[in-house]
Design a protein around this ligand. Structure first.
Ligand SMILES: NC(=O)C1=CN([C@@H]2O[C@H](COP(=O)(O)OP(=O)(O)OC[C@H]3O[C@@H](n4cnc5c(N)ncnc54)[C@H](OP(=O)(O)O)[C@@H]3O)[C@@H](O)[C@H]2O)C=CC1
Ligand SMILES: CCCCCCCCCCCCCCCC(=O)[C@@H](N)CO
Length: 357
């Protein structure tokens, strides 16, 4: 007791503050488990447009949003798959007699594709723009950066993942932010613009160089918009970024055909999840009002490690977790770089690896 008292007296105010704030963060975290909070993402009776929603996480999100009462528009290229998925979305409707469903075929990699998609959505929706736009369409071609074709692959990933979302976000904001579309009440339900990145936008690993930058770019765009949209106080729009880890989807099967074995090895540390689970956790985060929506524990930690100048979901939790991440990364990078070096020693120069794809 005596020594504890002395230790407390002797410890600096810095460590005392750290312990105090950490305790507070834990208490607040526990409290938030019990306090029922407002749903910040009501979808019943509203119209949601999702790109990349014929397969994978986008398809699951469309089905779950229909089950919550939303009108849903799904966008992707393949019409056959759109028709099949739209039937599943329709079958999940909460109120089949009032909810409406539609698909639009478009290639998000085409420059300026989004204006026509939004125009068609508005025409179908009785003259009103969708209330929620979720950019999910994406692709990934993992390979080593020194391989032939890596930069061409990076351009393609950028066109689909970044420009596909960038063009859609600009097109819908032009509608939402038009002066004549100011909301009638300052307390009106906000519109939602949701981007889909990847945990690789929070922590990069070997083999994803053609892909990861396109997802980092999405983060940069979203942070910019989160500040810029304050210019339109009478047009409330909330921006969000979802950060999935591995999703067991048709896209994953495609990317695994070219994925380097060392990448497969390292990403084993983050267990794959079904599209249904990822979509459910993403929607739960949106309902909590999160700006950055991580859908796994590792994702949450990685998020706490990069916050920089990004808006926070919870300043206390994000700050306290953020203090620990440099220590965590000291070990994580040692271990992971060790694994990569060990791989190099065992398997030789990458030019000798068996050919893939
Ligand atoms: N799978 C994973 O491990 C991870 C995925 N992500 C990201 O999550 C999102 C969903 O991934 P996932 O569930 O795997 O999806 P899938 O790859 O399984 O499905 C992709 C969807 O996007 C559509 N799409 C692809 N390219 C285009 C295009 N050029 N124009 C229009 N639509 C397109 C596809 O339809 P169609 O081909 O008919 O156009 C399909 O509906 C993506 O943004 C992905 O980058 C993030 C982390 C991990
Ligand atoms: C707190 C720090 C912990 C560090 C542990 C690191 C574990 C690495 C996990 C990497 C997972 C990569 C998922 C890729 C998802 C993706 O976007 C692709 N499938 C593309 O579609």
């Amino acid at each position: 007791m005596e020594s504890l008292h002395r230790a407390l007296l002797n410890s600096s105010w810095v460590s005392l503050t750290a312990v105090g704030v950490a305790t507070l963060a834990v208490v607040m975290g526990l409290l938030s488990l019990f306090v029922a909070s407002k749903n910040h993402f009501p979808v019943e009776g509203r119209t949601v447009l999702l790109t990349g929603a014929s397969e994978g996480m986008g398809r699951s999100a469309a089905i779950q949003l229909a089950a919550k009462g939303a009108n849903v528009i799904i966008v992707s290229r393949n019409v056959g798959r759109l028709e099949e998925t739209l039937a599943e979305v329709r079958a999940a409707a909460k109120s089949p007699s009032t909810q409406r469903f539609h698909y639009i075929s478009a290639d998000v990699a085409e420059p300026d594709y989004a204006a026509a998609v939004i125009a068609e959505a508005i025409a179908w929706n009785g003259g009103a723009a969708p209330d929620i736009v979720w950019c999910v369409a994406g692709m990934s071609t993992p390979m080593l950066w020194a391989e032939d074709g890596s930069v061409a692959a990076a351009r393609r990933n950028m066109d689909v993942n970044f420009f596909g979302a960038a063009d859609m976000s600009a097109a819908i904001l032009r509608e939402w932010l038009a002066p004549e579309n100011a909301s009638k009440s300052p307390y009106a339900e906000p519109k939602h613009l949701i981007f889909t990145a990847s945990v690789l936008a929070l922590f990069a690993i070997v083999g994803y160089a053609p892909y990861t930058p396109s997802k980092w770019a999405i983060r940069g765009l979203a942070d910019t918009l989160a500040m810029e949209l304050n210019l339109y106080p009478n047009h409330p729009v909330r921006v969000h970024v979802v950060y999935p880890a591995t999703i067991v989807s048709p896209g994953l099967a495609r990317e695994n055909q070219t994925k380097p074995d060392i990448t497969v090895e390292l990403e084993k540390d983050e267990p794959p999840e079904t599209p249904e689970t990822v979509a459910r956790r993403a929607i739960a985060g949106l309902e909590k009002g999160q700006y950055f929506v991580a859908v796994s524990l590792l994702g949450k930690l990685m998020q706490a490690g990069i916050m920089g100048g990004s808006p926070r979901n919870n300043w206390i939790v994000d700050t306290v977790l953020g203090w620990f991440m440099p220590v965590v990364y000291f070990f994580v990078l040692k271990v992971m770089n060790g694994q990569v070096l060990g791989w190099a020693r065992k398997h030789g120069h990458p030019s000798t690896y068996p050919k893939k794809g």
